[in-house]
Design a binder for this molecule. Structure first.
Ligand SMILES: *[C@@H]1O[C@H](CO)[C@@H](O)[C@H](O)[C@H]1NC(C)=O
Length: 212
């Protein structure tokens, strides 16, 4: 008797965490006034067509910066309509000589589609540190598996543009150089964990804004 009564309760608890993925609702536009959770944002009420539309990738990103490149995200934070759908996008602009330095997206695989110019791209496997590189021309796509270190740089004489698709609404972006040299991790520790010498570490910290 008690067991029979518990069963529906148990089932609802089992199903609850997967509700965003199950076909119990068509969509769950993010309520950005709440906090993100491992299951995504809570759903907002009063959804309209504008929630499934984003114009923010139409304009080129500003590449007047250290890396001469700009990643313009259409992640859930900018484009709440992707919440719960397992997808998002970004626009990548790389000026001549520009680079997106070695980085990872902890929470998504990436599909890069070159729409202008030439991009040299590569990723490094975690199991054997094998490098997979390719020169990409207009119309080419390349896939970068989730969590793996990868890079892109402009390999041509004109600006390069790519549309990037991600297999998650909030892929994350961690650039290795910034993780090592743009914070207050003491230089002595950085030298220890990278095998770089003091002069090189101090130089990179000063270029990237790190301290210590
Ligand atoms: C691009 O960024 C640079 C450096 O921050 C700034 O000086 C410049 O005004 C920006 N250009 C545009 C078009 O926003």
């Amino acid at each position: 008797m008690a067991n029979a009564m518990l069963l529906p309760v148990l089932i609802s608890f089992l199903v609850l965490p997967f509700s965003a993925l199950a076909l119990t609702q068509d969509f769950c536009v993010a309520d950005l006034s709440c906090s993100d959770t491992p299951a995504g944002y809570p759903c907002k009420t009063g959804v309209g067509a504008g929630d499934f539309y984003y114009h923010g990738l139409a304009a080129a990103g500003n590449t007047s910066n250290l890396i001469k490149a700009a990643v313009t995200p259409a992640f859930v934070g900018q484009f709440p309509g992707v919440n719960g759908l397992g997808i998002s996008a970004a626009r990548l602009d790389i000026a001549v000589g520009g680079v997106v330095p070695l980085h990872t997206h902890p929470a998504a695989s990436e599909l890069l589609f070159v729409t202008e110019g030439t991009i040299l791209a590569g990723f490094i496997s975690s199991s054997s540190n094998t490098v997979y590189t390719k020169t990409l021309y207009k119309g080419d796509i390349m896939v970068f598996p989730q969590g793996l270190l990868h890079y892109q740089y402009n390999g041509g004489g004109s600006a390069a543009v790519a549309l990037v698709a991600f297999s998650g609404p909030n892929p994350g972006l961690q650039i290795t150089d910034y993780a090592l040299f743009a914070n207050n991790l003491p230089s002595a520790v950085v030298e220890k964990v990278t095998f770089l010498d003091d002069a090189q570490v101090k130089k990179l910290k000063s270029v990237l804004g790190g301290s210590g």
